[in-house]
Ligand binder design. Sequence first.
Ligand SMILES: CC(C)(COP(=O)(O)OP(=O)(O)OC[C@H]1O[C@@H](n2cnc3c(N)ncnc32)[C@H](O)[C@@H]1OP(=O)(O)O)[C@@H](O)C(=O)NCCC(=O)NCCS
Length: 147
Amino acid sequence: MQNSNFVVEQPSTKQDFEAYYHLRYHVLRKPWRQPLGSELDETDNTSIHAFIKNNDIAIACSRLHFVDETTAQIRYMAVHPNYQGKGLGKLVVNYLEGISKKNNRTKIILHARENAVKFYENCGYTVKETSYLLFGEIQHYLMDKIV
Ligand SMILES: CC(C)(COP(=O)(O)OP(=O)(O)OC[C@H]1O[C@@H](n2cnc3c(N)ncnc32)[C@H](O)[C@@H]1OP(=O)(O)O)[C@@H](O)C(=O)NCCC(=O)NCCS
């Protein structure tokens, strides 16, 4: 999938995964002074990861995991601050939606940070309910989409 020069791919090498988790940490954990390692969870090993690279640096990333036979979940969506607002987040979401559909998971759920709700609405997601509060301050909203 391409947006001018940018291609969404799945990390495959050790270097890819280091770049991928580095971006996740720096965008989603470090600003809240969370320790290195807090960007990982137990379902990473069984998830499908997607990212966009620029000169071996990850500039957008996210992942998909299957919740059950019909539903998948997108988590850890992050775009490098210098590359936000250029359509990269949407490219990654579209890519993961394609994978979900191919695997017969036609419903996608996610817990959106408050600042990302408009982005996901733009991608066709609907707010279902207020979800959890992360680090005591980041309100999340459960959203879904049929793909
Ligand atoms: C939220 C985030 C993933 C969006 O990625 P992005 O690459 O900046 O977004 P895109 O450029 O792909 O935006 C896609 C569309 O959503 C719209 N959009 C994105 N953010 C928006 C916002 N805050 N308000 C309104 N519209 C927004 C864009 O205008 C664009 O619209 P268009 O397709 O009509 O031109 C990114 O800004 C980010 O990483 N933020 C910090 C981390 C974060 O909050 N992650 C989400 C965790 S749930």
